[in-house]
Design a protein around this ligand. Structure first.
Ligand code: DX5
Ligand code: ZN
Length: 220
């Protein structure tokens, strides 16, 4: 898989009193996607924001939006998040009974469908889903909060995933990685086979444009 490396700032770490300006800074720094973390206080022990915020964000940026649903009943909300302008939508395999159905639902809106796996969820779930998904989201922290430490069993997991894709000639699928990604580890993570790197605190703590440019520079 030789996919372009895409950097996706996670707005969870943005300053929401200054959101419009911080999104403009993401654009100026060269962000490829915006990552929106939707949390419901059930699937994860935190609550963020819902479709209304997506609706507003969609109006102020042309960047593609990747919506990461960390919610207990994603199927009930996927239509809304699709219609309001998400380009990529992922849900957690741990949250649904019918992974195939949820992927189909996202694709029925013409959106890229992804399944997210927590750090200790067997990677084989992604093998089975690959045929029906546009991307796999590998969590490298326990979902719920920004600013946590990267869990390094990821490298073993992505090796297995990439091997599976190669053996089965699966080329047109993207791998998104989320949690604890900073300038220091971004290159190694991308070299392991991931192509969408989400970063929250690594981009929004400090100078957003400079942080983004430094990460982008790694892949020029
Ligand atoms: C965690 C979220 C992440 C989070 C990443 O549950 O899914 O997208 O914003 O934040 P950092 O990059 O600070 O670990
Ligand atoms: Zn996320």
């Amino acid at each position: 898989m030789d996919q372009k490396i895409k950097i996706a700032p996670s707005l969870l770490s943005a300053d929401f009193t200054n959101l419009k300006d911080e999104i403009a800074q993401c654009e100026e720094g060269g962000a490829d996607l915006l990552h929106l973390d939707i949390m419901d206080g059930h699937f994860v022990p935190n609550i963020t924001f819902g479709p209304m915020i997506l609706e507003h964000i969609r109006k102020i940026t042309t960047l593609p939006i990747s919506t990461h649903l960390m919610i207990a009943k994603p199927d009930e909300y996927i239509p809304q998040f699709a219609e309001l302008g998400s380009d990529y939508i992922s849900f957690h395999c741990e949250a649904v009974a019918h992974i195939h159905r949820s992927l189909q639902l996202i694709r029925s809106f013409g959106k890229k469908a992804g399944v997210a796996l927590n750090p200790l969820t067997p990677i084989e779930f992604a093998f089975e889903a690959a045929e029906f998904a546009d991307f796999i989201l590998l969590m490298t922290v326990n979902p719920g909060f920004g600013g946590q430490e990267f869990i390094s069993n990821f490298f073993n997991r992505i090796d297995k995933l990439v091997n599976y894709f190669q053996k089965n000639s699966i080329y047109n699928i993207e791998i998104e990685v989320d949690g604890g990604i900073k300038i220091e580890n971004a290159k190694t993570i991308a070299e392991s086979g991931a192509n969408i790197l989400v970063s929250g605190s690594g981009i929004f703590n400090g100078n957003i444009i400079e942080n983004l440019k430094k990460i982008k520079q790694l892949f020029m």
